[in-house]
Design a binder for this molecule. Structure first.
Ligand code: AGP
Length: 608
């Protein structure tokens, strides 16, 4: 969603802001803007469209020149994408950028109008906050921010400049993420660390209700009550290169290729003596034995990782697992009991609906476990236990390596739980763990073997209006992710279907040439899926089959066969994911789409 940046220091502020905003482009946006102190006066430049449109506008009309300011990429919520609705927004003496939603902005607007504040230019909730800040401003910025914080409701982060406080940037966080970077004689604010990694690896994590003041190149902090706060300086565990494309044409392709390393880095520290060991994450065999029911709650790709988790945990540990979409779970009054475990999966750790689940669970006696990629994110900090995945920064909106490492952690958890509950013995647990250790190498072999095949097959998909992904068992769980990946970046309508369910309605959609991608990696279900493949092909479908190297299928039954290396049936999802990712990627490339920044999408969905 929206991205916030800010800078105070010796560099050209406009350049720093634009460069930092470029690194936040992956979050999704439809307009951009900056506000910079130029000769003691706040100058604003903003534009609908991409950052390149903003830069072009500044080249035409002049860019603000100075050493302190704030910047923003906007993902429209209140009001269409337009120059006027773009941030920054200003009151008479205050200019702000905002990420999130102000829920009570209509009441505040009414209050302001009743008090003769009528100069609203935009449709945004943000402008209302700028006006409210201005209304209360009495020359003390921190006191004014604190007062406004008590009146506005919602989840938000703000970057603020006051006209009579030149060369100073203020920031505040309530729910929406915000970090404060500290360099040598310069300080930054940003929605995410990659935005500033080019300048500094050192940053402070702003907590709920904390206010940051950036002045003279230094950051200081106070809490909601105005008390000074000493904060721990953190150091990012990645560098600028990890946040760059490194020679690949797109982040998505780079991230697909990073998967073998990401899985290895994630699982290696959690294996001891050939067995999973998650005690470092606060998970002990004794605790795992106690859980009666498991809920896995997440959104999008992370929820699909949970679907694989359901099959694997139920099969191995014989515990009932319910998988739910976070935005549904939080409102359906779920039956959570004392000895249940609620697992929240999230790459960003900031997804609003997933985060809300943590509050829901509080007080039920159930325990929460977060599987999260971004260190120090809200979900990671609020859950009872956390398993960090070590994928490094995932920049492409379409998640690939984060899904893969989520799967790897779910397998470790399933193995450990099954062993703890006695549903598998030590030998079986070691065998499964050893097989998981081999997976990074097999993923690499798969990429090497099929990348060109997928590039070719994708050329057959580009004219399709609609397609189906089908599978049974784990292949069905996996096909959900294959379908999402394809639709989000290729813009081809796609549905995933349990192959055995086709005849109950969906097969009527099959017309001549319609692509049907069948995932058929589960040997025990292969014959049944093959029958479904033949059924759709007989009705004119273009059948594309993803199966292992030994599967008995020929070109009479399928139009295209993508063969992948074989490992144990249970772990096949980690291998079969690769062709689905590559098919989506190359279809999007062949259609000329913006692969890393698909339309209308945001990387991190921090509002409901
Ligand atoms: C998938 O490619 C998307 N990026 C999206 O479905 C994503 O997985 C979802 O929004 C959840 O995000 P999270 O993992 O950061 O919570």
């Amino acid at each position: 969603m929206c991205g916030i940046v800010g800078y105070v220091g010796p560099r050209d502020c406009s350049d720093v802001l634009v460069s930092a905003l470029t690194k936040l482009e992956y979050r999704g946006y439809d307009s951009a803007g900056i506000a910079v102190f130029e000769n003691g006066k706040i100058e604003v430049a903003k534009s609908k469209g991409r950052l390149t449109d903003l830069v072009a506008k500044m080249e035409r009309e002049g860019k603000p020149v100075g050493h302190a300011g704030i910047g923003h990429t906007r993902w429209a919520t209140h009001g269409e994408p337009s120059d006027i609705n773009s941030h920054p927004h200003s009151g008479r003496r205050v200019t702000i950028v905002h990420n999130g939603i102000i829920e009570n902005y209509k009441d505040i607007k009414k209050f302001l109008i009743e008090n003769d504040r009528t100069e609203f230019l935009s449709d945004t909730d943000t402008e209302v906050v700028a006006q409210l800040l201005d209304f209360y401003y009495d020359g003390n910025p921190v006191r004014c921010i604190r007062k406004v914080l008590h009146e506005i409701r919602g989840s938000f982060a703000l970057g603020i400049v006051f006209a009579d406080r030149p060369e100073t940037v203020y920031a505040v966080r309530c729910e929406s993420p915000l970090i404060v970077g500290q360099g040598h004689g310069e300080a930054f604010i940003a929605s995410d660390v990659p935005a500033i990694i080019k300048y500094t690896k050192n940053y402070f994590l702003l907590e709920y209700g904390e206010i940051a003041v950036l002045k003279n190149g230094l950051a200081s902090f106070c809490d909601l009550h105005g008390r000074m706060v000493e904060k721990e300086l953190k150091t990012a565990d990645f560098d600028e290169d990890s946040a760059e494309k490194g020679g690949y044409p797109h982040f998505m392709l780079k991230e697909i290729h990073e998967q073998p390393t990401a899985v290895k880095t994630t699982i290696t520290p959690r294996i001891e003596g050939g067995l999973p060991n998650l005690t470092e994450c606060g998970i002990t065999p004794e605790a795992l034995r106690e859980f009666n029911n498991i809920f896995i709650v997440a959104c999008g790709t992370a929820m699909h990782a949970g679907m694989v988790g359901k099959y694997v945990i139920e099969k191995l540990a014989r515990v009932s697992v319910t998988v739910d979409i976070a935005s549904e779970f939080r409102y359906r009054d779920p039956l959570i009991q004392k000895n249940d475990l609620v697992i929240i999966i999230s790459q960003s750790g900031e997804t609003a609906d997933s985060k809300a689940v943590l509050n829901l669970v509080k007080g039920t006696g159930a325990k929460t476990l977060a599987i999260v990629n971004v260190k120090g994110s809200s979900i990671a900090r609020e859950a009872d236990m956390v398993i960090y995945t070590h994928a490094g920064p995932e920049i492409a909106v379409a998640s690939t390596k984060a899904y893969m490492v989520q799967l790897s952690v779910i397998y470790l958890l399933a193995f450990e739980m099954a062993y703890a509950k006695g549903t598998i013995d030590e030998e079986e647990c070691q065998k499964l763990t050893l097989e998981l250790v081999r997976v990074p190498e097999v993923i690499q072999q798969t990429i090497d073997r099929i990348e060109n095949v997928c590039r070719y097959v994708s050329t057959k998909l580009i004219t399709a209006d609609s397609l189906l992904y089908i599978g049974r068992g784990l292949d069905y769980a996996l096909s959900m992710e294959g379908s999402l990946k394809l639709k989000e970046i290729s813009y081809i309508h796609s549905e995933s279907y349990a192959a055995g369910e086709l005849k109950h309605g969906t097969i009527s959609l099959i017309t001549e040439g319609m692509p049907v991608i069948a995932v058929a990696t589960q040997n025990s279900l292969f014959e049944k899926t093959l029958s479904n493949i033949k059924e759709v092909k007989a009705r004119g479908a273009m059948a594309i089959v993803i199966c292992d190297l030994k599967s008995e299928i020929d070109l009479d039954s399928a139009n295209y066969i993508i063969r992948i290396p074989k490992i144990s049936e249970m772990l096949m999802p980690m291998v079969a994911t690769v062709p689905m990712q590559l098919l989506a990627y190359y279809t999007s490339v062949n259609k000329g789409n913006d692969v890393d920044k698909p339309r209308n999408l945001a990387k991190s969905v921090t509002v409901e």
